[in-house]
Design a protein around this ligand. Structure first.
Ligand SMILES: [Zn+2]
Length: 201
């Protein structure tokens, strides 16, 4: 806790001090152009990776950067609520789903463990597990990486199932992106929508 409070003091003294006008402006409201759906993982901080300022990016982080299917059933849909706010209220023009290497959430999909919530949550991508289960030609690490890429594709596909997202895509007002961050190399990969592969930036 002391480390966090020390960090806050450094933020107050340096960053906040030199960006006071930005915070004054942002106190009146936000209008980010992009939303990023990334993982909760402490090693994958979108604001750090994209050198973003407060107000630049509307960020949602959950286990394994998963977007659940559209299901307006009155349950507690944290991810869908964030999407609705970003798309309908803030009218973001881009939604980025960013996966990453060494994802514990994706590993929990491949190698289920005990627990109440993570297992059912990652089942959103159950089809991915079935797809790689039969791949005896892959090592454990290769299987994990393939799944990390596939999970991004699942989230992108599920996004198009939200009617207010698909109608904006058709109207040219919203674009979806699949990105992947390799922690060790510090490298970002972007999915080419045409041939569905990830290329380094
Ligand atoms: Zn993760």
């Amino acid at each position: 806790m002391d480390t966090l409070i020390e960090g806050y003091r450094r933020f107050r003294d340096s960053y906040f001090g030199s960006h006071r006008h930005l915070f004054e402006e942002l106190a009146a409201g936000q209008s980010p152009k992009a939303m990023i759906v990334s993982c909760c993982d402490s090693r994958v901080d979108p604001h750090l990776i994209f050198n973003a300022q407060p107000g630049d990016v509307f960020t949602l982080r959950n286990i394994a950067n998963l977007v659940p299917p559209y299901a307006p059933d009155g349950a507690h849909h944290s991810t869908s609520a964030a999407l609705e706010y970003a798309v309908k209220v803030l009218e973001v023009e881009h939604i980025v789903v960013m996966g990453h290497s060494g994802c514990g959430g994706v590993r929990a999909l491949l190698e289920p463990q005990d627990g109440e919530f993570v297992g059912p949550w990652v089942k959103i991508a159950e089809a991915v597990r079935r797809k790689v289960d039969g791949r005896a030609d892959l090592t454990r690490v290769e299987r994990l990486r393939l799944c990390e890429h596939e999970v991004i594709r699942v989230s992108l596909a599920n996004l198009t199932g939200y009617p207010w997202i698909s109608e904006r895509i058709v109207a040219g007002r919203l674009v979806l992106h699949g990105w992947y961050f390799d922690i060790e190399a510090g490298r970002l990969y972007i999915r080419d929508a045409d041939d569905d592969r990830f290329f380094p930036v």
